[in-house]
Design a binder for this molecule. Structure first.
Ligand SMILES: *Cc1c(COP(=O)(O)O)cnc(C)c1O
Length: 322
């Protein structure tokens, strides 16, 4: 299996030009302290569909989707939104398979972007089985959320934008789940600037990639509810690319408690005026919790904003010290 390279990422950036938002890299005085000389936020919260996932999905569809009848994926969240949008842009149908446990508001958000929704079974595994069935019976193209070269190359374009904007970045803080985002960014960033440190950040509860890196091979973990819901789920067994990428290119990983993640969401709102979902706030949270050892110029990938607004409201109105 050949791994995605910097050339794949550069080609993806060219392909995506004009189709995704080149999101802002903003300085964050509120997070810039003595330990870290300066902190910048890469705001994928401003990406179309509210997360970076559109980069990987669009790169795959542009590369491989021209002759497809349509697309299919099992996802409840940001991957589904991105796929629904990208398919609509191409004028092709898309089906998203979800278990019956997925809340109605999430179903509607994806439906509103024009996707057909198939409610099947009681777990993400059941939904994935339906995807495999639709690939065979309907000839749809399955679009994986992270473990695909085209998807990884798309996510890696974030590294090109950050280093083009600010070549002085020493450390990158990146949310970590399946590892398409962190693996793609770390590979691209280090291919351009080998001295860059890249740290993957997950929630303490059910971090599949961190457990796998510790075990030295892909392992499954029990999924648990977390404020960082977009970081839930396994890394796939077998895993084809992201485990090796993360093993090769990540310098370190960090785990955060739910309280620390909540503090990150609050800080983003109060000091940066940004609505950020739990998964998107982990880099900010790690800095606030003083868990990042490195110094120098830090770029934090703020990966998404799709949080249940009632949950967000409750979090920011808690009168906690931050
Ligand atoms: C999917 C997602 C992640 C994690 O990306 P992986 O490639 O699975 O590691 C992080 N943040 C948000 C907002 C996401 O939607």
């Amino acid at each position: 299996m050949t791994m995605p390279t910097l050339l794949d990422v550069i080609a993806a950036a060219e392909r995506l030009r004009g189709r995704i938002v080149r999101t802002p890299l903003v300085s964050s005085p509120s997070l810039s302290g003595t330990r870290t000389s300066s902190v910048f936020l890469k705001l994928e919260t401003h990406q179309t569909t509210g997360s970076f996932k559109l980069r990987g999905v669009s790169n795959m569809l542009l590369l491989s989707g021209q002759n497809a009848k349509g697309f299919v994926a099992a996802s409840t969240g940001n991957h589904a939104r991105a796929l629904a949008y990208a398919a609509q842009q191409m004028g092709k149908p898309c089906t998203v398979c979800m278990s019956k446990l997925v809340p109605e508001n999430k179903v509607q958000a994806v439906q509103a972007l024009g996707a057909n929704i198939k409610i099947v079974g009681a777990s993400q595994d059941d939904a994935q089985e339906e995807v495999d069935r639709l690939v065979l019976s309907e000839g749809l193209l399955a679009v994986p959320p992270f473990d695909d070269k085209r998807v990884i190359a798309g996510q890696g374009t974030i590294a090109l934008e950050i280093l083009a904007e600010n070549p002085h970045i020493d450390t990158l803080l990146v949310p970590l789940s399946g590892g398409g985002l962190a693996g793609g960014i770390a590979m691209a960033a280090k291919s351009i600037k080998p001295s860059v440190r890249v740290i993957g950040i997950s929630m303490a509860k059910g971090a599949a990639m961190v457990a796998s890196l510790q075990a030295g091979k892909p392992v499954t973990v029990t999924e648990e509810p977390s404020l960082a819901d977009s970081l839930g789920g396994g890394i796939g067994i077998p895993n084809h690319y992201t485990f090796d990428l993360c093993k090769t290119y990540l310098d370190d990983t960090l785990l955060l408690t739910e309280d620390e993640i909540a503090a990150g969401i609050r800080h983003a709102y109060r000091y940066e005026q940004e609505i950020v979902e739990g998964a998107g706030a982990v880099g900010i949270a790690a800095l606030l919790a003083d868990k990042v050892r490195s110094s120098g110029t830090v770029a934090v990938v703020v990966s998404g904003k799709n949080i249940d607004m009632a949950v967000h409201q409750a979090l920011i109105s808690e009168n906690q010290k931050i």
